[in-house]
Ligand binder design. Structure first.
Ligand SMILES: *Cc1c(COP(=O)(O)O)cnc(C)c1O
Length: 356
């Protein structure tokens, strides 16, 4: 039996999207392809409220995370870390031989603007790396406030991992001054995994010109050269582009505000359920994720058993990430999930939990 996915990636993909993915192949140096590429770019600019360049990248999101490190850091990177994905990004900087420092908070807590300000005041850094929605703990960092602080430092680039928020939460790239905003397709876009997108500012491109050893596959300047022709340097996953183009149309058909509100409503339903069932929200009040919910396993249920039983009736949720595997569980409500679908999952969980 297919298990309906309520895990924070990959999420459930509608059959229509899978069908779009099965569109007969076209050559990636044809006009047909360029038209498709251009259409997807324009729609992503609209979704992100930006005039910045959009790069379409055949890799998972981590590929663009590495690209940002290789293209944007000359002096020293400031990584603001509140969970495993922020930790990963810091590790990528180190693995690429970049000078980097980590500013972290206890698990469940958010990064605050003052913390970023204090870091940048030292004058040591040319880049800020931050995870918008930290999927390992379900914390949504106050990105617009943090962006406001970064604006005080005109030479510092703001680079944002929006893998589990893009498409579900409003991100105003130009207004907030985000230099790179990246995501992959298997979360908020509700597409199969294996493809990633980002917006890149002119400032970031100018910076890349001064950075040596940008590497080959993820060189922003090469991306930019090919972007002018609505192409990519290497063969892209054309199938993902067909599906993404279809899905972006669906997103605008739903309407952006409506879509963002649906996610808020889903989050409210899930948080209420957590409280009403004698669990606690794991995350710092006021910074709970809108696209997923992390529950503190205060009832000490067997989460593996819960998922096993859910599997028998066609559902899957997620245990906590890493160290939090047995002490928290996570329910994703992103992509195309409807309030009715979430309610069905939650009421199923309610009956199953009694025997876990
Ligand atoms: C899933 C996730 C990633 C990793 O993305 P991949 O597409 O698996 O490389 C990075 N950051 C966040 C916040 C995520 O949720």
């Amino acid at each position: 039996m297919h298990k309906k996915l309520f895990i924070p990636g990959p999420v459930e993909v509608y059959p229509e999207v899978l069908n779009a993915m099965a569109t007969p192949m076209i050559g990636h140096r044809t006009k047909e392809y360029a038209d498709l590429h251009g259409a997807v770019k324009t729609k992503l600019q609209q979704l992100l409220y930006t005039k910045n360049k959009i790069f379409l990248v055949t890799a998972s999101g981590t590929g663009i995370m590495e690209a940002c490190v290789r293209n944007c850091v000359n002096k020293r990177a400031a990584h603001f870390v509140c969970g495993e994905f922020g930790e990963r990004w810091f590790g990528i900087s180190v693995a690429n031989g970049k000078e980097a420092d980590k500013f972290d908070v206890p698990l469940g807590k958010a990064i605050k603007p003052e913390m970023v300000d204090n870091g940048l005041k030292t004058g040591d850094y040319d880049t800020v790396f931050i995870t918008h929605n930290e999927t390992s703990v379900g914390v949504m960092n106050p990105l617009s406030e943090i962006a406001e602080v970064v604006k005080k430092y005109p030479d510092v680039l703001l680079i944002v991992d929006a893998v589990s928020s893009m498409g579900g939460v409003k991100i105003e790239v130009d207004k907030w001054g985000i230099d790179v905003c990246l995501s992959s397709t298997q979360k908020g876009f509700a597409l199969p995994p294996g493809f990633a997108v980002c917006s890149v500012s002119n400032r970031a491109l100018e910076k890349a010109k001064q950075v040596k050893n940008r590497g080959y596959y993820f060189d922003f300047l090469e991306f930019d050269n090919f972007d002018a022709k609505n192409q990519t340097p290497t063969t892209p996953s054309v199938s993902h582009l067909f599906a993404l183009n279809y899905q972006l149309d669906q997103i605008f058909k739903e309407g952006l505000e409506k879509r963002f509100n649906r996610h808020k409503e889903l989050a409210q339903i899930c948080r209420d359920w957590v409280r009403n069932n004698n669990f606690r929200l794991f995350t710092e009040p006021g910074y709970e994720s809108i696209t997923m919910t992390t529950a503190d396993n205060t009832r000490n249920i067997n989460i593996a058993k819960l998922n096993e039983e859910l599997g028998k009736v066609g559902y899957m949720i997620s245990a906590g990430y890493g160290k939090l595997k047995d002490t928290t569980f996570r329910i994703a409500h992103m992509g195309d999930t409807t309030t009715q679908e979430l309610r069905e999952l939650l009421s199923t969980m309610e009956s199953i939990i009694r025997v876990c």
